[in-house]
Every structure is written in C-alpha cells, then in structure tokens.
Design a binder for this molecule. Structure first.
Ligand code: NDP
Length: 300
C-alpha cells in the first residue's frame, strides 16, 4: 500500500509531492493531463517570488522535475472516485484501484462556460478557453475576450500581441482585475473595451465562429462584433467530482480544510485552488501543498 496518493499535478500537488517524498513517503501522483495544471496555459507568471517573469509551461516543467526528484511516481490517470475505509483509502481510476494511507485532493479548477447556444460544439472552431494554446490560430484576426478579471485582462493582452484587434467584453462598468493589470491594459492600443456588455449569441458560418452578438445591459440593444475567435475567461469552477462520495464539498463547491489542509474526513487532505480560501495564486497553491506534504509525512 502507498503512503500517499495525490490527485492533481498542478503547483499544489507537485509541491506536496516534493515535500512528502523528500520526507520519505511512498507517493503516487495522478493526473489525466500533463503536469503543471493552469501553469501550462499561462503565458507568463510574474508574481511568483524570486522568479523573473517566466512562461508558465517552463515553471511547470521545473516544478515537475523537483517533485519527482525523491522517488515519487506519476500515473497519467484521472481519479474518478475516492473511498474512505478508515485507516486506508482507495482511489479509483478508469484503469485500476489504488490504495494508500492518505489522499490529497489537489484537483484545481476549470474554466467556467458562458452557457450560450453552440458554445460546446464550436470549441476548437473559434471558441477557446486557452489563449496560449489557441491564440496563434488567430494571428492578424479579430477576437473577443469575455470577462473583467485578472485572467481576461492578462489573456487579452497576450492575444493583442498576436491578433489584429481584441474586443474585451465586460459585464459591469468596472474591471475586477488588479489595478496593476488594468493600468497595463490601458496602454495596449489594439484592445477595445466594451463595458456593460454581455455575450448574447455566438454567430457561426460553416461551423466556425464568425461573430459575437453582445447586449447592452442598460437598454438591451445588441451589437455585432465581427470576430473569428471568442475566449471566455469568466471565472473558475472547482473540480470536485472525485470527492463527491466523501461528502466534504461545501455549499459554494469548494472543499474546506484546517490549517494542516485536513478535510472533515480523517486522512483526506485538500490543497490548492480547489480548497475554500480567498487568494488563488501559484504561490498559495505551492504553500498549501508544502503544508499538506510536510504534515502528512509527520503522521507516518
Ligand atoms: P474572476 O472570478 O476573478 O473574474 C471573472 C470575471 O468574469 C469578472 O469580471 C466577472 O464579472 C466576469 N463574469 C463572470 N460570469 C460572467 C458571465 N456569465 N458573463 C460575463 N462575464 C462574467 O476569474 P479569473 O478567472 O479572472 O480569476 C480567478 C482567480 O485567479 C482570481 O482569484 C484571480 O485573481 C486569480 N488570477 C490571478 C492572476 C494573477 O495574479 N496574475 C492571473 C489570473 C488569475 P463580475 O466582476 O461582474 O463578477
């Protein structure tokens, strides 16, 4: 039996893996995708202490190297369910069932959808939730970014380096993003901000996005933006599917923990963006992971 299974190889999971395996625990880290989580879709990280502005995927790679440096194993499998058997736990994937004394949930969050008609069928045909991955397909074209938070503004600025024009559609008359990011955005000439506008309808031709209808929230009039790409960055939803049967997901969808990252179920821990907390950043995710990894190691 393993000592610890970590579900999710983002900054929280990898940090926990580093601390726990370095302290001698037999650790398996599970993730259906490449290690790094949201780092892999972030153009530049500029607020991780001690690091110069660095592309997210580069940090993901070095974090993975240090996480695996002390004998931990990684399996590219998605955890579907967790069973609590008291002094041991089971993690079920599509391929097999793993057993461990402790489980750490570090599954993070996923991008929220606009829930507009045709949104799903046009993913990869003009709708994208990842500017770093798909931005180059829209070189010299016009695109729309939806949202007024840090993600929307940062991704709009990244897209503005590639695209002819970026329409930024914000539902209120103010941004939610940090002031430093707003100031930077105001200097980018090929971004047009549309305040008090909501996306209303995706326009499509030959199964590809050809425009976006936006609605004025004051008078409900509509306007068509002629764009080939639409990038919604309207918030994040916690990924807690694998924890559903444990009954630890709180009303707002996130998982509560104490300062040692212990959930209400003994031996089950949570770290990173999926934890109920105020500030979701790479640095707070690695912080959670370090605390969890070290604390779990102290229990052995
Ligand atoms: P946020 O929740 O911060 O912002 C979401 C934005 O989308 C808000 O402007 C919100 O409007 C808008 N919105 C929500 N729902 C809709 C909708 N249905 N239609 C139109 N607009 C909508 O999400 P982010 O993904 O930007 O950020 C998530 C977390 O990650 C935050 O804590 C953020 O600070 C952090 N982050 C930090 C970064 C950094 O520090 N460099 C970079 C990226 C993210 P309203 O304001 O009206 O609610």
């Amino acid at each position: 039996m393993l000592d610890l299974i970590i579900i999710g190889a983002g900054p929280a999971g990898m940090s926990a893996c580093l601390y726990a395996s370095r302290a001698g625990l037999d650790v398996l880290i599970l993730d259906g995708s490449a290690p790094g989580g949201k780092l892999n879709v972030t153009a530049q990280i500029e607020n991780y202490p001690g690091l110069k502005p660095t592309p997210g995927p580069e940090i993901a790679f070095t974090m993975y190297e240090s996480a695996m440096n002390f004998g931990a194993k990684m399996a590219y499998e998605e955890a579907l369910d967790i069973k609590d058997h008291g002094d041991y736990k089971e993690v079920i994937t599509a391929k097999q069932t793993y057993q461990a004394k402790y489980v750490l949930i570090a599954t993070g969050t996923k991008e929220r959808q606009m829930n507009l008609e045709k949104e799903n069928e046009l993913v990869g045909r003009g709708i994208s939730y990842c500017a770093v991955c798909d931005g180059p397909f829209f070189k010299e074209q016009d695109v729309a970014v939806i949202g007024g938070g840090n993600s929307a503004l940062e991704e709009a600025m990244y897209l503005a380096t590639l695209c002819h024009k970026v329409h930024l559609v914000v539902r209120r008359d103010v941004f939610r993003a940090d002031k430093v990011i707003q100031d930077r955005l105001s200097k980018v000439e090929n971004i047009e901000v549309h305040f008090k506008r909501k996306p209303k309808e995706i326009l499509e031709q030959n199964q590809k996005v050809c425009g976006l209808l936006i609605e004025n929230s004051d008078d409900q009039t509509t306007e068509e933006l002629k764009v080939n790409g639409i990038f919604p960055f309207i918030g994040l939803d916690p990924m807690t599917q694998c924890a559903k049967s444990l009954n630890i997901v709180s009303e707002n969808g996130y998982i509560d923990a104490n300062e040692n990252m212990e959930t209400a179920v003994k031996g089950i821990f949570v770290a990173g963006d999926v934890r109920n907390k105020q500030l979701r950043q790479v640095v707070t995710a690695t912080n959670d992971g370090a605390i969890a990894g070290q604390y779990i190691a102290s229990l052995k």
